[in-house]
Design a protein around this ligand. Structure first.
Ligand code: GDP
Ligand code: MG
Length: 163
């Protein structure tokens, strides 16, 4: 059975990098396809033998009249409502920030299933951030490096029960 995964989290944690890795670079530029908004990119992902739809919450960095916080909230809620499961990414090098806490709160209230990803997890600089991530109360974090392709087997294991 197929499912839809929304990658959510504050700007710069590596959402699009992971999206591109899951979807494949060739398919990542889907903005022009009908039904795909600029703010939410959608693609067909592959991870091992799992195939699923993945949504990237993009467009957060664009300047608008609305505050970043308000914009993030709206986009995240839209993505959450479209998804069967959310992958909430934090930057393990930065640790858990107040903005991450805001996201965690939205997800605890609204998302039926959340997988927590501690991205930028390569190297020991991420060790403290990975431990901090347990404190979000969203279960065991999956340590990832979207850029280097590390932790993909653990992500697979976290998503497999949903498929
Ligand atoms: P987004 O704003 O959440 O979509 O984040 P991006 O995917 O645009 O990534 C933001 C920055 O983090 C870019 O410079 C990426 O190259 C970098 N980045 C993404 N994943 C990793 C990672 O696993 N490790 C490191 N060190 N940097 C990463
Ligand atoms: Mg992005």
């Amino acid at each position: 059975m197929s499912f839809t995964l929304a990658i959510v989290g504050r700007p710069n944690v590596g959402k699009s990098t992971l999206f591109n890795r899951l979807v494949g670079k060739k398919l990542a530029l889907v903005d022009d396809q009908p039904g795909v908004t600029r703010d939410l990119r959608e693609g067909e992902a592959r991870l091992g033998d799992l195939k699923f739809t993945v949504i990237d919450t993009a467009g957060l960095e664009e300047a608008t009249d609305e505050s970043l916080q308000g914009r993030m909230r709206k986009l995240t809620e839209r993505a959450v409502d479209m998804a069967d499961v959310c992958l909430f990414l934090i930057d393990a090098r930065a640790g858990v920030t107040p903005t991450d806490e805001v996201f965690a709160e939205i997800l605890r209230k609204r998302a039926p299933r959340v997988v927590l990803g501690a991205n930028k997890g390569e190297g020991s600089a991420a060790d403290a951030g990975v431990l901090e991530a347990y404190g979000l109360g969203l279960g065991e974090p999956v340590r990832l490096s979207a850029e280097h392709g590390e932790g993909m087997a653990d992500l697979y294991a976290a998503l497999m029960p949903i498929a």
